[in-house]
Design a protein around this ligand. Structure first.
Ligand SMILES: *[C@@H]1O[C@H](CO)[C@@H](O)[C@H](O)[C@H]1NC(C)=O
Ligand SMILES: *[C@@H]1O[C@H](CO)[C@@H](O)[C@H](O)[C@H]1NC(C)=O
Ligand SMILES: *[C@@H]1O[C@H](CO)[C@@H](O)[C@H](O)[C@H]1NC(C)=O
Ligand SMILES: *[C@@H]1O[C@H](CO)[C@@H](O)[C@H](O)[C@H]1NC(C)=O
Ligand SMILES: *[C@@H]1O[C@H](CO)[C@@H](O)[C@H](O)[C@H]1NC(C)=O
Length: 232
């Protein structure tokens, strides 16, 4: 009875091991499939700071190993939680330029499907433009799987420049203070070293020839004043 129970337990273990193996294989397969799928990217930099009134490039590219056909893409702006569509288009095939529908007066499409580039330019940036921009793409070849990348825009004005000079001032003052501290420490070290040497010499003198300290050192006036000899 006991043996049988053990056997079945072992059997169960083997079974669960099989399940684990199968899971691993599936995971690997899915991983391979994923790497072949469409990828949407805003590049290495995921955010940018821009001054109000200027124009800014919102970068986005796509890549697909299995190729594209009727690739749908759009740009959306997350304004206070709600998504606003800025533009959208379908790229019929590799290298065929899309006919982009633009829903925002200051948005310009600057991408080209020859370079898998679906970047847009945002002109005359205002503070209301600050937020997240979502580059969205869907490749019907992949059962309409959704892909997106987020690019964050920060809008600043000239105040930032003043801030920069302020930090520059702070940094230089801090640098000056640190430099001064270092200088003081160096001077202190030198002074201590000199004093030590003088003291040692004084000691030697005291030991060897107790009285003739001043004349031997060759500095008659100052030594006598600063170092009072009656110490021991
Ligand atoms: C940016 O905003 C500041 C503050 O609102 C304003 O004074 C400045 O004129 C703006 N700059 C541009 C280029 O619009
Ligand atoms: C977001 O929307 C709500 C409701 O419309 C509004 O009360 C709030 O002020 C908005 N916040 C910003 C930062 O615009
Ligand atoms: C940006 O602003 C300038 C000057 O205010 C204007 O001439 C230009 O048409 C604007 N561009 C867009 C795309 O709104
Ligand atoms: C996409 O196109 C824009 C405009 O031509 C360009 O500035 C940008 O560098 C391009 N991005 C990439 C990744 O090629
Ligand atoms: C893809 O996004 C669209 C909206 O843009 C949504 O309706 C659809 O359900 C999404 N599909 C998947 C598979 O998530």
């Amino acid at each position: 009875m006991e043996l049988q129970g053990r056997k079945s337990f072992l059997h169960r273990c083997a079974k669960s091991g099989d399940v684990v193996h199968a899971g691993l294989v599936i995971t690997l397969l899915v991983g391979v499939w994923y790497s072949q799928a469409l990828e949407v990217s805003t590049g290495k930099v995921h955010f940018i700071e821009v001054m109000n009134g200027s124009s800014v490039l919102l970068p986005c590219t796509y890549a697909s190993c299995i190729g594209i056909k009727n690739l749908y893409f759009s740009w959306q702006f997350k304004d206070n939680g709600t998504l606003i569509k800025l533009c959208e288009a379908v790229i019929p095939g590799e290298g065929i330029e899309p006919n982009v529908k633009i829903y925002h007066e200051r948005v310009e499409f600057v991408g080209t499907s020859k370079k898998s580039n679906i970047s847009i330019l945002l002109h005359n940036v205002t503070f209301e433009d600050q937020g997240e921009y979502i580059c969205f793409a869907r490749n019907p070849k992949e059962k309409d799987r959704n892909h997106s990348a987020v690019f964050t825009l920060y809008v600043v004005d000239e105040l930032r420049v003043v801030d920069n000079t302020l930090t520059l001032i702070i940094v230089s003052v801090l640098g000056g203070v640190i430099g001064l501290i270092i200088l003081i420490m160096v001077v202190k070290a030198v002074v201590i070293a000199v004093l030590n040497r003088v003291q040692e010499k004084n000691k030697e003198c005291l030991v060897s020839s107790s009285g003739n300290d001043n004349t031997e050192n060759g500095l008659p006036g100052s030594k006598a004043d600063s170092k009072p000899t009656p110490k021991a």
